[in-house]
Design a protein around this ligand. Structure first.
Ligand SMILES: Nc1ncnc2c1ncn2[C@@H]1O[C@H](COP(=O)(O)OP(=O)(O)OP(=O)(O)O)[C@@H](O)[C@H]1O
Ligand SMILES: N[C@@H](CCO)C(=O)O
Length: 319
């Protein structure tokens, strides 16, 4: 559950005086999510999401995230739109935390994506990439290729206890990726964490993209590689080429991939699998005593990485 900061009605009513969104009717903490405190809030004007940013989010990054959502929502992408305060700013303070209010998006995340969902996601991701091309702010990827070596160094001693064979695999993979990571592919703003829990659908139609708190500037096709990892493997860890084909075709229909991007896809998928394997391993080994949430298992991403290492060309992703 993720309501780290309890907000009472008096504090919230006072906070809302700085907005033009009516009077408070109700506010309920949302259990999902692990990073921040979220409330679904109803006022006389409508339904909104109130987010209080907790310690792990760097306050200096908040203008990037909020302006990015605003930029995309203005362009018709299904991202939450931050509500401006009466002074025009997007960020306030509530209960000692930075806080913002964004529009509530209808729809539901799907736990078992079908190929149709993957095609929608591909189209939505490409539209998001296109919409960000003229976004003015920049944020480097703190979890990009250069970070993976140092990240692993912090967990290397215990890695084989979590997944036998992990040290040898990751050492080898870091050597390959550091030597051959593509640097000349089209760049832009990527979501960087577009897992099924961050995408809403109404029926089979995409209705919302949320959780922009890893968004950054990086290689656009790397974002697609993250989605292939997150959406196109079954619970038994088998790769589902039908889902990958649907996703890539959907993406390609909106933002055609260059030949260089297509060729790089196996390598980008390896990088994406390694990134989530390493961040999960890091968190797995450092569960706080009072943890409210179970850490995510690194093993499925170790298995994905082994799969991508066996791929010899992008055609194996259904291209
Ligand atoms: N704009 C929105 N419209 C509707 N529901 C939302 C919206 N934003 C967040 N939610 C709900 O709140 C939940 C938590 O949001 P989110 O995933 O952003 O949490 P977080 O703690 O910031 O991130 P993380 O998933 O990385 O832990 C979502 O699963 C969703 O149910
Ligand atoms: N999507 C991430 C978690 C936090 O964003 C993962 O599955 O490892």
């Amino acid at each position: 559950m993720a309501v780290y900061t309890a907000v009472d009605d008096l504090a919230l009513t006072a906070f809302l005086h700085d907005y033009d969104i009516g009077d408070l009717l109700s506010a309920k903490g949302i259990a999902e999510g692990v990073e921040n405190t979220n409330y679904v809030m109803m006022t006389t004007e409508g339904t909104y999401i109130l987010t209080l940013y907790e310690q792990r989010v760097d306050a200096a990054d908040l203008p990037f995230f909020l302006n990015l959502m605003n930029h995309c929502a203005d362009k018709g992408i299904a991202t939450p739109q931050p509500l401006p305060r009466k002074d025009g700013t997007l960020l306030g303070e509530l209960c000692g935390r930075h806080a913002a209010i964004v529009t509530y998006l209808d729809g539901m995340a799907t736990r078992k994506p079908k190929p149709l969902h993957c095609a929608e996601l591909g189209r939505g991701l490409a539209a998001f990439h296109d919409a960000t091309l003229d976004f003015g702010l920049r944020r480097p990827n703190a979890l990009g290729v250069a970070s993976w070596g140092p990240l692993f160094a912090d967990s290397r001693d215990q890695a084989d206890e979590v997944v036998p064979g992990l040290v040898a695999l990751v050492d080898d993979e870091l050597g390959v990726l550091n030597a051959s990571w593509p640097t000349d592919l089209p760049q832009g703003v990527i979501h960087a964490d577009l897992f099924p829990d961050n995408v809403f659908f109404i029926g089979d139609a995409l209705s919302g993209l949320i959780d922009f708190y890893f968004a950054c500037n990086d290689t656009l096709a790397y974002d697609l590689a993250i989605c292939i990892n997150a959406w196109c493997f079954e619970d038994d860890l088998a790769f589902n080429v039908t889902k990958a084909r649907a996703m890539i075709q959907g993406y390609n229909a909106v933002r055609p991939l260059s030949a260089a991007e297509r060729d790089a896809l196996p390598l980008l998928c390896r990088g994406a699998a390694l990134r989530f394997c390493l961040t999960r391993l890091h968190d797995w080994l450092r569960v706080p005593e009072d943890a409210l949430v179970t850490p995510k298992d690194p093993r499925p991403y170790y298995e994905r990485l082994r799969f991508h290492r066996s791929v010899s060309s992008a055609t194996e992703y259904g291209l």
